[in-house]
Design a protein around this ligand. Sequence first.
Ligand code: ATP
Ligand code: MG
Length: 558
Amino acid sequence: MSETTDSLHFIEQIIQDDLDAGFPSKELRFRFPPEPNGYLHIGHVKAIALNFNLGKRFGAPVNLRFDDTNPAKESIEYVNAIKKDIQWLGYQWDKECYASDYFEQLFVWANELINSGLAYVDSQNSEDIASQKGTPTQAGTNSPFRDTPPEVNSRLFKEMAEGKHKEGSFVLRAKIDMASPNMLMRDPVIYRILNKEHHRTGTKWCIYPMYDWTHGESDYIESVSHSLCTLEFKPHRDLYEWFLSHISPLEHKYPKQREFARLNLSYTVTSKRKLAVLIENGTVAGWDDPRMPTISGLRRRGFTPQSLRNFVKTAGISKRENVIDVSLLEFCVREDLNTKASRFMAVLDPIKLVITNYPEGSTEMLETENNPEDASQGSRLLPFSKNLFIERNDFKEEANRKYFRLTIGKEVRLKSGYIIEGQKVFKDNQGNVVEVHCTYDPESKSGSGSLASQRKVKGTIHWVNQETAQQAKVNLYDRLFNVENPDQNKDQEFTDFINTDSFKQVTAQVEPSLVNLNPGTNIQFQRLGYFVVDDDSTKNKLVFNKTLGLRDTWSKKK
Ligand code: ATP
Ligand code: MG
């Protein structure tokens, strides 16, 4: 894949430097470590692509590891969704690993820490523990339990594991340094009691290791060489290294944590916790709602794996946080769909068009190219007759000279068909146009080679033949948030910026060949934009989702 051919980015350079300094290339190993507490989002695509592309560039295995340390929030549904999304993006992991498989080893190591006086059981509640933490400029206060002898800690920890104590009554803390300038080093909690069933270990454990304690040790057990994470984990690096240097060593090298900037996207929130709020409060229908920035939502919206990979590649791997404009993502999607998506005719807001001089009762088939950008997609036949549908906003009774669509007394071309001239309009009681009558020039058929077919008219409009038209539901989406930075305003909640007008469903008339497409097929509706066949679409109940328009109209709206 082209993603691995350019010059080295800073993470690749770190690895190359390690190799140059003698690190054996066969010991390189990477991992993508999601917590199965939600669905993956566009930000994760960056981390996934980074790790899997490193694997490709350096010929090293990449594991998928679930950091499943919190049974209260995690589930097998999330595990399966995460696996599906990574494979859909086009990546395949070497081993599928679970931090929960190491609970036994972590327990052994925790006992080692206790025995060497480096961990203690604290029976204070979480508020008291927090109040002793101090501030970045002021040292914390030692817990009254900090100097409990190892034998007592060892007994209490065993009792915790045996379920003899209530949730919240005890925690195990690492004994590091209550005066450390790094707040994370001030005796962090490494185990808590949780009477929750775990999706893999069931009821075997009622104490669960904390993320920081688990994460680095899991990297180590799996012989990960370079543990890559986002910048917010930079202060955790000291802790990562402290834990590794205080457990009895395994036979291989220690992993090395390095950080890169998260992907932030304008008009979007990329945090599983916040995305979960949008589901809970009913803003969206679920994790795969096509408005969601989740991989499953983007897929259902019609975004392609190639476009997402191109997007994160273009956004790049950087050391500093920034916000990428969502129009870059949309550009990558359009660029990919322009060559991939076959063109079809659909009328989203239909009015009737009658060609008064076309022979009554006859239908002809007009040949039309499937994709002018790609001849290999071939052509198809479109039924055409006297009675058609056209788009309501492609007709105006009277219009100025800049209006290049249908008006009374002026000519336009029907796409792949004939030149017509508007004659007469019929309206309902409210003054809405219901039907337009026109005449056509029989000599002007597109592609026929006749003189009239080459006649230039200002506009071309799309249409659907009434008799053979299929009804379809079309879902139209807009951005979920009204502001560029819904997430970064300190005084307001991100939910204050939800665009309440982000979804609309219309009933469209579409050409008949669309019934043969499978869910997930990307298409273009001529002049309207890119669409995708929805997962719930069937031959008898067609449903399409709008992916995005043909051009960037949002920047003009602003
Ligand atoms: P969230 O905060 O949205 O719940 P997370 O960081 O908890 O996300 P994890 O499952 O812990 O999600 O993340 C798995 C990996 O993906 C981690 O290495 C994390 O650093 C990385 N990651 C998460 N969000 C982003 C992002 N926006 N850009 C790049 N990498 C990310
Ligand atoms: Mg996280």
